[in-house]
Write a protein that binds this ligand. Structure first.
Ligand SMILES: Cc1cc2nc3c(=O)[nH]c(=O)nc-3n(C[C@H](O)[C@H](O)[C@H](O)COP(=O)(O)OP(=O)(O)OC[C@H]3O[C@@H](n4cnc5c(N)ncnc54)[C@H](O)[C@@H]3O)c2cc1C
Length: 561
């Protein structure tokens, strides 16, 4: 069961027992708010982080929306929160975002101030939470073995050595975890990698064996409340539709209503800084529709840069075409490389963006006429669409998982169209049925491999007759934020010495919080705006579930289940 969430009047939403006690950080130094005159804000990147920053600039910085400019390299806004398609071509979203009611503190607070598009008078937060409470997640088929059997995963499967090594990680200071991978940390405990816990934890959050153990520790701390229900994923919060439609579009509409200037197809290629000891952005170079432009900043103008993007250089295939091989150089990483060379304290993109082999994985979105396939999945898993969660084929060499969202997942879906999403974490390995690496496979081949693991390969012709499309998406940098690295490789949101410059994204350092989440981008945006404008309002703290004795007790019991 979820903890009860109370939506209070005003902008505050309190979730869970601890959150109600001490929600805001009141210890922040109080500075005089900066007076807004004709100040301009230039936001680089058109994802959730920049859009959230724009909303904070308007709402808490009292900035005029027309003075806020968002530059996005792609033709569409929303960044990694994508969702598109049609009933004839098939639908695609690179990923499906699981939210979390208990821990996405700033996300819920921000979206409680953004009006819903579909429910006039309601906020987006209320719309999402109402939907989620009506469609609770309680997965009954989390791990499937090679025989197509649903495994009992009540026990995490740890032995004492696993528990000790995990326990040691929890008490090791972050400063001692530079450049260490999960595999290295558990090198004397190979059994750990065979546990139910590892299969469920790694596929729920997309860790790989070579991911940073630092991030695993942050996740254990931040998600400790969810650890006892990892086997049902009952703590997952779902949006009514895909996140482009349920999160990005309402925010975009709100910003449009405030006349924010969105400039798409505009890649920022460089930034000039003042030639002194400060970090003061003074010019932005961009390429808009193939033409170079330069924007000169006044001293009090702001520059907030998305320093990297996890879906950078992602490519799409289709039923008969593999997703094309991605380009080696990420656009967002390139800008970060350039600016990091110009000033100190701007981090180091190298560990995140130089190893596609380790940072990639691939998803598919499959679209069908009718609901025959989803009915088969429903009978197998005993979960109706939207009530299950990640179903992982633990013995599949690509380590495949699939998720069936509540239908329709796209507003353009009609009653006779159904979709599901799946992914594989290890795309270089040969498939078990399709003897090719996942990254070289068409949508059809990836679907065949999935049918094989579902023990449905004998029915493939009958099932595939209903397919409209299966769109594979290769994301070369999707796990880049999990790469082993030094603490100093991630810059702080407002780097030391900055007068008007901030970095937001999954590649900045926010103490205690965990990357690969919507919350991280929103929190970064809030820190950027509040710090640069000296806004004297609290930012929602990371809820200290890891210090709550009851939560810890439950976690300990789970480790011994
Ligand atoms: C497959 C997948 C699954 C996910 N699952 C979850 C989940 O379950 N739960 C969860 O909370 N989160 C999840 N996420 C993460 C979440 O989507 C991201 O954390 C969030 O969208 C990041 O927002 P952002 O604005 O920081 O960056 P992005 O959304 O990546 O946006 C950055 C934007 O900046 C643009 N840009 C970058 N550099 C430049 C430049 N120089 N010039 C112009 N434009 C530029 C990029 O084109 C991009 O549009 C998932 C993401 C993916 C891809």
């Amino acid at each position: 069961m979820k903890t009860t969430t109370k939506l209070l009047t005003g902008a505050t939403i309190l979730t869970g027992a601890i959150a109600t006690k001490k929600y805001f950080d009141n210890k922040k130094e109080i500075k005089k708010p900066i007076e807004i005159t004709n100040q301009q804000a230039y936001l680089i990147g058109g994802g959730l982080a920049s859009m959230a920053a724009a909303a904070y600039l308007i709402q808490d910085g009292h900035m005029d929306g027309k003075n806020i400019h968002i530059y996005e390299g792609m033709k569409i806004l929303g960044g990694s929160n994508d969702g598109a398609g049609s009933v004839t071509e098939g639908f695609v979203c690179r990923g499906g975002r699981m939210l979390n009611e208990e821990t996405y503190e700033n996300f819920w607070e921000l979206f409680d101030r953004i009006p819903s598009i579909d429910h006039p008078g309601q906020s987006v937060t209320k719309e999402i939470l109402d939907f989620d409470h009506l469609h609770p997640t309680e997965a009954r088929a989390r791990l499937i073995d090679r025989n197509g059997k649903i495994l009992d995963v009540k026990s995490m499967g740890f032995d004492n050595k696993d528990r000790l090594t995990l326990g040691k990680l929890m008490i090791t200071p972050e400063s001692k975890l530079d450049n260490i991978t999960i595999e290295q940390w558990f090198k004397d405990t190979p059994h750990f990698f065979t546990t139910n816990f590892w299969y469920m934890w790694q596929t729920t959050f997309a860790f790989q064996k070579w991911s940073s153990v630092f991030e695993l520790k942050r996740y254990m701390n931040r998600m400790i409340f969810e650890f006892p229900r990892i086997e049902t994923l009952a703590g997952v919060t779902r949006t009514p539709y895909n996140q482009y439609e349920s999160v990005i579009l309402p925010l975009k509409k709100y910003l449009d209503n405030h006349n924010v200037n969105f400039v798409t197809n505009a890649t920022v290629t460089d930034i000039d800084f003042k030639n002194d000891d400060t970090i003061t952005a003074k010019a932005i170079y961009l390429n808009k529709d193939g033409k170079d432009e330069k924007i000169i900043l006044n001293d009090n103008d702001l520059c907030i840069m998305t320093n990297a993007c996890m879906t950078d250089s992602a490519t799409l295939g289709d039923y008969k075409t593999p997703a094309p091989k991605p380009v080696e150089k990420p656009i967002s990483g390139e800008l970060w490389y350039k600016v990091a060379k110009k000033k100190p304290n701007l981090g180091n993109p190298e560990p995140f963006f130089n190893n596609i082999k380790e940072t990639n994985w691939e998803s598919i979105t499959a679209t069908f006429r009718g609901n025959k396939f989803l009915k088969i999945i429903e009978e197998f898993s005993t979960n109706i669409p939207g009530s299950g969660a990640l179903m992982t084929f633990k013995d599949s060499s690509w380590l495949m998982s699939m998720v069936v969202a509540a239908q329709p997942h796209f507003k353009a879906q009609d009653a006779n169209t159904t979709i599901f999403w799946a992914y594989g974490l290890y795309t270089d390995r040969l498939g078990d049925y399709v003897k090719k690496p996942m990254k070289d496979c068409t949508g059809e081949e990836i679907f065949d491999e999935l049918l094989y693991h579902l023990h449905l390969i004998d029915r493939k012709d009958e099932i595939k007759a209903d397919i409209i499309n299966v769109i594979p998406c290769m994301m070369p940098y999707v796990d880049a934020q999990f790469q082993p690295r030094k603490m100093s490789d991630r810059p702080y949101v407002v780097p030391k010495g900055s007068t008007n410059f901030a970095m937001i994204s999954q590649f900045v350092e926010i103490p205690e919080d965990m990357v690969f989440t919507e919350e991280y981008s929103v929190r970064a945006a809030r820190i950027a705006v509040y710090t640069l404008l000296n806004i004297n309002k609290p930012i929602c703290k990371v809820t200290p579930y890891n210090k709550d004795p009851m939560v810890l007790k439950k976690a300990l019991e789970t480790a011994y289940r």
